[in-house]
Design a protein around this ligand. Structure first.
Ligand SMILES: Cc1cc2nc3c(=O)[nH]c(=O)nc-3n(C[C@H](O)[C@H](O)[C@H](O)COP(=O)(O)OP(=O)(O)OC[C@H]3O[C@@H](n4cnc5c(N)ncnc54)[C@H](O)[C@@H]3O)c2cc1C
Length: 507
């Protein structure tokens, strides 16, 4: 492998490289967030020679845990919600299964929603929903109409258009909008239905209605989705990227910032970077860019202007996470749930600031010192992007103003911490579908270049792991084919059974 840190060496190196068929690496991954790390993990299972270059000093990107004075807070992602078998496979084979922190039973009992200025338990079954005072008779009857609603005539509906057409306005406002705003910081009036709620749009496409789809799946023994499992890790979410980065097979390298990517031909990529020892330059047959889209746009400027331009137009929304620690005795509410979401109408009527409030110490153990509780709230997102300018004091004051009357908070907080994200999450808004189409078309003409990050294929950690497996499959398929043709053993099958399952599932 060649690793240079002077201009002279680099030029000489490049000269040699351009006339050579060999590459330093099978795959170079740019960015050590969960997208980059999980792509490298899937690839490393097949013995590929891979490296992950991360510009900051530690792995994880958005995933970071702080443990200070006994309060364990998450800067961004607080848990994984999984119902996908490939994600199970990832955790089992990476050894992370043993480090999972399961949700406490206390958090499983109820789900709360703000309704008419109060916290009300959400009806969790269809039967309960029909006896719940939270829903109007008209709203309940409208839900029953779902199987009789015809398919969409418009190709790219928004989430609001899709949900209102199939389930009615009340379902949108009380169920879908708070979920979309609270978990994705997005706005259903602008979000693309096929990219934000793909399972629901797929059921309509295949079966004509969601109800018919669920019944058909049940009748054939094929579940639409298994019961989701939510979990974190011992030591918090940071354990996930740290554990992956510690696996030598992933070739994780911190403090390396990729500065330029140059194409020399199909599957011939040159990657330049700034590392702790100066400038670096490697070649790879495949490059996976797992940075946010604006960085990808910058790196690809000289490779493809159309792709670079469209990547620069992907929208992101700002979001703040506000953590408050309180003595248990200062709160009247039993906190017998994971927390609550605030529908937009309630936010408006109650002049509230938060989008939702997670009762972290009810969900996981080890989140707060003894006799204390930890509550984490989300402020901003598409609902209120300007809220990113609030000071720490303002954020804490707004949270207390919102939650004190709902939870019966009497005392002052013993801890307050704010994590601001200027570019928290990509929004699959407006003409997102068109942008994605252009991205895919341009990538088609750039063999060996892959974009694997949360602006394509879902923002959740679950979706990142699933999507990265697909990217890894494409790379493996190419390298396996190449190795077969050349009768050289590029892909070493160190664990044949596992490999077989992997390729078979996602070929
Ligand atoms: C507030 C908040 C709460 C969330 N809550 C949840 C949750 O509870 N559950 C859930 O599933 N998801 C949650 N998410 C979403 C999820 O955390 C993210 O979508 C996911 O972690 C993004 O991973 P990524 O690898 O695509 O990007 P990132 O995490 O942004 O990683 C990109 C990496 O690329 C690196 N990089 C950038 N430029 C370069 C360069 N030139 N050279 C080298 N490296 C570079 C960056 O330093 C970074 O480490 C939340 C997100 C936010 C913001």
């Amino acid at each position: 492998m060649t690793h240079t840190n002077t201009q002279t060496h680099k030029s000489q190196y490049n000269k040699n490289r351009h006339h050579s068929d060999a590459s330093d690496l099978d795959v170079l991954v740019v960015g050590g967030g969960i997208s980059g790390l999980s792509t490298a993990w899937w690839l490393a299972q097949s013995g590929l020679h891979v490296q992950v270059w991360e510009k900051s000093s530690q792995a994880g990107g958005k995933i970071k845990t702080d443990t200070i004075d006994g309060f364990r807070t998450e800067q961004a992602a607080s848990m994984i919600m999984n119902f996908k078998p490939e994600v199970d496979q990832f955790f089992t084979h990476s050894g992370l299964e043993a480090l999972k922190a399961k949700r406490l039973l206390k958090a499983e009992n109820n789900r709360y929603l703000m309704n008419k200025g109060q916290l009300q338990p959400l009806p969790m079954t269809i039967a309960r929903l029909f006896f719940s005072s939270m829903w109007s008779t008209q709203g309940k009857l409208r839900l029953l109409m779902e199987p009789f609603i015809s398919k969409a005539s418009k190709e790219d509906e928004t989430v609001s258009e899709f949900i209102t057409r199939r389930f009615g306005q009340e379902f949108l406002e009380k169920a879908m909008e708070p979920f979309i705003a609270g978990t994705l910081a997005s706005d259903p009036d602008f979000a693309s239905a096929q990219h934000v709620i793909p399972r629901l749009t797929a059921l309509e496409k295949k079966f004509g209605s969601i109800t018919a789809g669920i019944i058909a799946h049940k009748a054939t023994g094929k579940r639409t989705a298994r019961n989701p499992e939510s979990f974190s890790f011992e030591g918090g979410m940071s354990t996930l990227p740290q554990q992956l980065a510690n696996d030598p097979k992933l070739g994780f390298k911190a403090n390396i910032e990729v500065t330029n990517i140059i194409q020399h031909g199909p599957h011939q990529w040159e990657i330049r970077a700034k590392g702790p020892d100066g400038e670096m330059c490697y070649t790879a047959r495949h490059v996976v860019i797992s940075s946010p889209s604006d960085i990808a746009a910058h790196l690809l400027k000289s490779v493809n202007q159309t792709l670079s331009h469209v990547l620069s137009t992907v929208k992101y929304t700002p979001l703040s996470v506000v953590h408050i620690g309180l003595e248990h005795s200062a709160v009247d509410h039993p906190l017998d749930s994971a927390g609550f979401l605030v529908p937009r109408q309630e936010k408006k009527q109650g002049n509230m600031t938060i989008n939702g409030n997670l009762w972290m110490s009810s969900i996981f153990s080890d989140r707060a010192p003894q006799n204390c509780i930890l509550l984490s709230s989300y402020i901003g997102g598409s609902r209120q992007p300007t809220a990113i300018d609030f000071s720490t004091e303002e954020n804490i004051a707004y949270v207390l103003q919102d939650i004190a009357p709902l939870l019966g908070i009497k005392g002052d907080p013993v801890m307050g911490r704010v994590n601001k994200h200027q570019k928290a999450l990509p929004l699959y808004h407006d003409d997102y579908h068109r942008k994605l189409t252009v991205i895919k078309q341009e990538l088609h003409n750039l063999p060996g270049l892959h974009l694997e990050a949360n602006y394509i294929g879902g923002v959740s950690i679950r979706d990142r792991i699933v999507s990265s497996q697909k990217t890894a499959s494409v790379i493996l398929a190419h390298l396996s084919l190449q190795s077969k043709n050349r009768r050289t053993q590029t892909v070493k099958k160190s664990t044949p059974d596992f490999n077989h399952t992997f390729i078979e599932t996602h070929a």
